[in-house]
Design a protein around this ligand. Structure first.
Ligand code: CR6
Length: 853
């Protein structure tokens, strides 16, 4: 890429930091130049784009800080009820652009930065993604924080400050995924505020002795003590002063060294204990919807929930609210103050999946052992405080921790879990006398070697409400994994909040031109429709307007060119833009069926090969994009990547077909890459086996940007179809109720693939035969389909191919396609994360907006 040229702007602007540009932007240039010279200690004329990014970020941060301080002060004074979102993952992506848009300062900064000789887009590109998450669950948390602040809710996030985020994905020449660490904190991170004054101690291991007086209390001593240090990340709302907080914990040794070992000359020993403390927050576990069962992961979960609860309790005590129900309580004010009978607590804590479930026994421990409440009082508070969101029904993702491990790392918590279980099973027994199977199914402890703690059961019984993330998924939660709990506790405890995405990042920011066209067309201020996304419906009549359709199509075309340019400049590959763009981007997982997609691509390739040149000329040109990471230990998922890369190598080089079909695997999928891919898509694929994808959220992002959806009747696809109309989506495949039976057939009455699905058998044979390089390495992947076929590729392949044909046919009528595209965007109002967060606030947390005047 050559040497970077030092940019030089208007010297007068640099010197005075203000003269020479509009009065309007002089403050900006002044602050920028000031940060260059002081915070960065660099020289004005020797500043590269990275330095310019840092100076701009620091300057924007100053503005955020003013609002952030005011917001926090306001909360402290007004003491509104607060909600806390506990998530092990926050997949934030980049911040600068988002902050500028939320503050409404983008244009001014652009002007100022240009006067100083820089280009805004180049500077924005210099920011590294904050990638503290794996996929949908972590990105959902980020969207919810954005919406919480935008809707002026007193909502804080709590997470971990991993030293290393999700690994960087490299693709070897053979097509294998390689993982490199993501040292995202290598350069100073301007968006975090280290709070070295906010620290808590967290204990591991040691001994728990039950007290002799039979009051249920215990003393927990010894073991390892680790320090949690807070780092705050400001979360600006869109066009509001409200700037909330995301508090991330870093682990540190309690003292720099273990002084005893150090003095005794045991240097290794001294360093070892400090290393093991620091290790807790060193790295994000790179698994999406699967569990690891490793001790360090358990320590992460406890470290984070323990620090967050101490922080929440300290803040709560500071409010000085009156004790309502439990006059003996040592906490000045009870978390369950019942002076508002319909508002059972002063703090609501949302558990993002079961990862923070240890917060339930931890709060019990604090209330009983430290605050000296009775068991019943404590349990009541716990029950009124926690809310649990389930994000999957896949068995491999349901967390279970071996009892011996929990006993070792958290001896007191294991006692409490046993106590909860005892009281709980007594109650079940009372309601269903003699039903031993039911007791075994519902127990918090799964029998076996070793015994295991079932975290979803603990989260469920410890929470006030339980919800899934899309209608179908919430129904599945109620009828499968938590069925017994519905029967025991009543159905009203179980709800649904369909996921949403923030239209700020996922439309206004990533698709500027479309956002501008929408604003112009709706004739309302951008602030209005971006905060009430149902306003998009106003676009519907314009689907009939030819000029509007042309503008709409032209923007899609430019977005495709932007993507092609990105691929050209990062990978050196030439993508043709006069083709349909077909995109599947998400974590690699068998249930998401990237394999079905790549086998479909091979089928298309073989079909094209079999055509005469004249026939080929009539077919639809298509470019297929894949991106996504596989968990490092997920062998089959990694083989799928390898297959995609090698199929691409062959197809893209075939002179017969390369004008009609191109295939790309874009490495190192990230939030930033998604922001380029999503606006460019004509069609995107969400093709999980029915009943396996809890919701999906990228499906919403594509549709919001006028991309059509090709999918199965699963997750939020269903609700998207309900909104946009079935004629505007392409559905295929078996439905959820059929899945169980089909799997039964596979096991007990298997039919050879050649008989059952000859089209697919032919494709598999070509792979085996080496059409895409040595077939042998792919056998384990192909065999998952030939034998067992748990994800039902042989059942859905034919209808998938038929659906692809319908997509091609629809695309031939370009005018009609654009109408579908417009109608799709117009009906996406429901899927704003503002709607979702307000549902949580109103139906679950009982939380009111608090305006920061
Ligand atoms: N993997 C679901 O699989 C959902 C997100 C957010 C997932 C996905 O369908 O959209 O959560 N589940 O609710 C888990 O992470 C356990 C995901 O991202």
């Amino acid at each position: 890429t050559g040497k970077e040229v030092w940019p030089k702007g208007d010297e007068k602007v640099w010197k005075a930091g203000m003269r020479g540009v509009d009065q309007d932007v002089s403050d900006i240039t002044k602050s920028f130049v000031n940060h260059v010279q002081t915070s960065l200690a660099r020289q004005a004329y020797n500043l590269d784009n990275l330095g310019a990014y840092q100076a701009a970020a620091l300057s924007v941060r100053d503005s955020l800080l003013v609002n952030w301080n005011e917001t926090q002060l306001n909360y402290t004074r007004k003491t509104p009820k607060r909600a806390y979102y506990l998530s092990l993952e926050f997949l934030m992506g980049r911040t600068l652009d988002n902050a500028l848009l939320n503050l409404g300062l983008k244009d001014k900064y652009r002007k100022g930065i240009e006067a100083l000789g820089f280009n805004m887009e180049d500077i924005l590109e210099k920011e590294r993604d904050a990638a503290l998450g794996n996929g949908g669950l972590g990105r959902l948390a980020a969207c919810y924080l954005d919406s919480g602040a935008s809707q002026e809710l007193p909502l804080w996030g709590y997470g971990l400050r991993y030293q290393y985020g999700i690994f960087q994905q490299l693709i070897s020449p053979e097509g294998n995924q390689l993982e490199a660490p993501d040292p995202w904190l290598e350069n100073q991170n301007p968006w975090e505020l280290p709070r070295l004054d906010v620290t808590y101690e967290v204990r591991f291991y040691g001994q728990a002795e039950r007290n002799q007086d039979g009051n249920g209390r215990a003393t927990w001593t010894g073991g390892q003590e680790v320090l949690a240090v807070a780092y705050d990340v400001m979360i600006p709302g869109y066009k509001t002063k409200t700037t909330n907080n995301l508090r991330l914990w870093e682990s540190r040794p309690k003292r720099g060294f273990d002084l005893n070992s150090f003095n005794a000359g045991n240097y290794e020993g001294a360093v070892e204990s400090s290393n093991s403390a620091a290790a807790i927050t060193s790295v994000l576990y790179p698994n999406d919807s699967t569990t690891f069962g490793k001790e360090l992961r358990l320590k992460q979960q406890y470290f984070w929930t323990a620090a967050s609860l101490q922080d929440i309790l300290r803040r709560f005590k500071n409010t000085g609210k009156p004790i309502a129900e439990f006059p003996d309580c040592k906490i000045l004010n009870s978390m369950a103050s019942t002076h508002l009978s319909d508002d059972p607590s002063d703090a609501a804590i949302q558990l993002n999946d079961t990862h923070p479930t240890l917060a339930i026994p931890e709060l019990m421990r604090i209330l009983i052992d430290e605050e000296e409440l009775s068991w019943d009082e404590a349990w009541k508070i716990v029950n009124n405080t926690f809310f649990y969101t389930n994000h999957t029904v896949l068995p491999e993702a349901l967390e279970k921790w071996p009892v011996p491990l929990v006993e070792h790392v958290l001896p007191r918590h294991m006692q409490i879990i046993y106590d909860i279980n005892l009281y709980f099973l007594q109650a079940v027994e009372k309601k269903f006398p003699g039903d031993r199977d039911r007791l075994a199914r519902m127990s918090l402890i799964e029998e076996g070697y070793p015994k295991q703690v079932r975290m979803a059961h603990l989260a469920c019984i410890g929470s006030r409400k339980v919800n899934g993330v899309a209608e179908l998924h919430s129904d599945l939660v109620k009828t499968t994994i938590l069925k017994d709990f519905v029967e025991f506790e009543g159905v009203s405890k179980f709800g649904n909040v369909t996921n949403g995405v923030t239209p700020r990042r996922w439309l206004d920011q990533c698709n500027v031109e479309l956002s501008d066209l929408i604003t112009k067309t709706l004739k309302v201020d951008k602030n209005v429709w971006l905060k009430d996304l149902t306003k998009l419906e106003g676009l519907l009549p314009f689907a009939e307007n030819k000029k509007f359709r042309e503008q709409w199509a032209a923007i899609k075309q430019r977005n495709k060119e932007r993507l092609a340019h990105h691929v050209q400049s990062t990978l050196g590959l030439t993508v043709r833009t006069d083709a349909m763009f077909d995109v599947q981007i998400k974590r690699l997982h068998e249930y998401k069926r990237q394999t079905l997609n790549i086998l479909g691509v091979i089928h298309r390739y073989l079909t094209l090969k079999g055509m005469s040149p004249a026939e080929r000329k009539k077919s639809n040109r298509k470019v297929v994009f894949f991106a996504g990471k596989a968990a490092p230990a997920y062998y089959i998922a990694k083989l799928t990547i390898r297959l995609i890369v090698n199929v691409a190598r062959v197809i893209n080089a075939d002179p017969d077909t390369k004008d009609y079909l191109q295939l790309y695997f874009l490495p190192d999928y990230s939030v930033s890459l998604a922001e380029v891919l999503i606006p460019a898509s004509d069609i995107s694929q969400h093709i999980s086996t029915a009943g396996t994808e809890a919701s999906g959220t990228s499906n919403m992002k594509f549709c919001l940007n006028g991309g059509l959806l090709l999918g199965t009747v699963d997750g939020a696809n269903i609700e998207i179809a309900e909104e946009v109309g079935e004629s505007n989506v392409f559905f295929f495949g078996h439905l959820t109720p059929a899945v169980e039976d089909l799997r039964y057939q596979h096991t007990y009455h298997p039919v050879p693939i050649e008989q059952k699905c000859p089209g697919l058998a032919k494709v598999l044979d070509q792979v085996s035969a080496g059409l895409f390089g040595d077939g042998a390495p792919y056998e384990p992947l192909l065999n998952t389909i030939r034998q067992g076929d748990y994800y039902l590729l042989t059942d859905d392949f034919d209808s998938y191919i038929a659906a692809l044909a319908m997509v091609d046919e629809a695309y031939l009528d370009r005018d009609e396609w654009i109408k579908k595209s417009i109608r799709t965007t117009a009906k996406m109002g429901k899927f704003s994360s503002d709607r979702a967060i307000l549902e949580y606030a109103e139906s679950y947390w009982n939380l009111e907006p608090t305006s920061i005047a």
